[in-house]
Design a protein around this ligand. Structure first.
Ligand code: SF4
Ligand code: SF4
Length: 383
């Protein structure tokens, strides 16, 4: 007996939830509702160097083109951190901070494996139908689709938020030629941001305007995507983040602990996302070679930042920590590390230039506090 599109959708959603996804839903292949905003954002250059955002734009704006004959999308979400989960590394620590989504196993791998399982089973049961899965690997507006699938709302900080589970989600899904119709239980979730502006107020770089993030100012973009020097005015707000930033999620009341939310979300975070490292030692990062980077990033989603980008990020974080007199860092070691990077002919110019700039800023900021480092602010070659 063949299933109706609603029954089939319910069956597919159940399969996804049974595979451990925290949320799942279905939607059609209609063009995105916010296409004009995306175009304006791109026109304004707010995507920075992320040229991939402009590639295959016709598919982003017409998702039916992702797969020949596509009739439906299935979207899924993995929770990589529970609501209310306390931060392991605090500001002012000597460790480099990394975003929560890269602290466990690579979500691309973890999610793709289960999406493939679901697609393979459906392919066997529905011969002639096609499926194409993706986790950041296709030109589709995943968050908007997840919103259409009733998985949450697109919030002022541009994250998808579920009213009970929060926003620590990784998204993925698949396109299919099967016709699926949303079950009645799947309803669009209303925007619950209301008059709240906590993420906007807390963003260290002022990157957020309601429902938009200027990627060029966002620490996630700057530390992970931007491949050049980082502008003076943005270095201090970066603090000790070296890979991503969670500030606008951490301050969101929808990620704060509530008894029901914590209980439900804790049960949905896969062991694969258990924290293997919550950060790095900044001086270690400066000493990395290609092999050390590879082994530090092993099996995590931290793939996009190159070795020189990580050293650039570490130098900025070191400069920021060293500029806080009460941070307790061993100033002389930090200063020596910056100088070593500055004069090391084997380091790329971006790393050496960043070291020069960080040292100059540090000297300027410490001048008012006396000669804390016991070293001359003048920078001279050791040769
Ligand atoms: S990730 Fe950080 S820098 Fe980017 S918008 Fe959120 S708070 Fe601002
Ligand atoms: S902090 Fe407030 S405004 Fe920002 S996403 Fe959360 S609820 Fe919305």
């Amino acid at each position: 007996m063949s299933l109706t599109p609603i029954e089939l959708a319910g069956d597919v959603i159940e399969r996804c939830l049974a595979r451990g996804f925290a949320l799942a839903g279905v939607c059609g292949v209609d063009p995105p509702a916010h296409a004009s905003e995306l175009l304006a954002w791109l026109d304004d250059g707010r995507h920075g160097d992320m040229d991939f955002m402009t590639e295959a734009l016709e598919v982003r704006l017409n998702p039916s083109r992702l797969l020949d004959g596509a009739r439906s999308f299935v979207m899924v979400a993995d929770l990589y951190a529970a609501r209310g989960e306390p931060e392991v590394v605090g500001p002012g620590s000597s460790n480099a901070r990394i975003a929560r989504y890269v602290r466990g196993d690579d979500y691309h791998r973890v999610m793709k494996r289960r999406l493939h399982d679901v697609c393979d089973a459906l392919r066997a049961e529905h011969p002639g139908h096609r499926f194409r899965s993706f986790v950041d690997t296709a030109p589709v507006l995943e968050r908007e689709m997840a919103e259409r699938c009733g998985m949450g709302w697109s919030a002022k900080n541009t994250m998808l938020i579920h009213p009970e589970l929060g926003s620590y989600f990784a998204l993925g899904g698949f396109a299919t030629t099967l016709t699926l119709e949303a079950p009645t239980a799947q309803e669009r979730i209303e925007d619950h941001c209301g008059t709240c502006t906590r993420c906007i107020d807390a963003c260290p770089t002022g990157a957020i305007t309601p429902y938009h993030v200027d990627a060029r100012r966002c620490i996630s973009y700057l530390t992970i995507e931007h491949r050049d020097r980082i502008d003076d005015s943005l270095r201090t707000p970066i603090g000790s983040w070296v890979y991503g930033c969670d500030v606008c999620q951490e301050v969101c009341p929808h990620n704060a602990p509530t008894v029901r939310g914590v209980r439900r979300s804790e049960g949905l975070v896969s062991h694969a996302y258990a924290t293997r490292h919550a950060g790095f030692d900044l001086l270690d990062v400066l000493g990395w070679d290609a092999n050390a980077r590879r082994s530090a990033f092993n099996s995590s989603a931290m793939k996009r930042a190159t070795l020189s980008m990580m050293k650039r990020n570490a130098l900025i974080a070191i400069g920021n920590l060293a500029a806080i007199p009460e941070s307790g860092v061993r100033m002389s070691r930090y200063r020596r590390a910056i100088e070593d990077a500055m004069w090391n002919p084997n380091e790329p110019e971006m790393v050496r230039a960043t070291a020069r700039e960080v040292l100059a800023s540090l000297d300027r900021s410490l001048n008012g506090a006396g000669d804390v480092l016991g070293a001359s602010p003048a920078v001279e070659s050791p040769e």
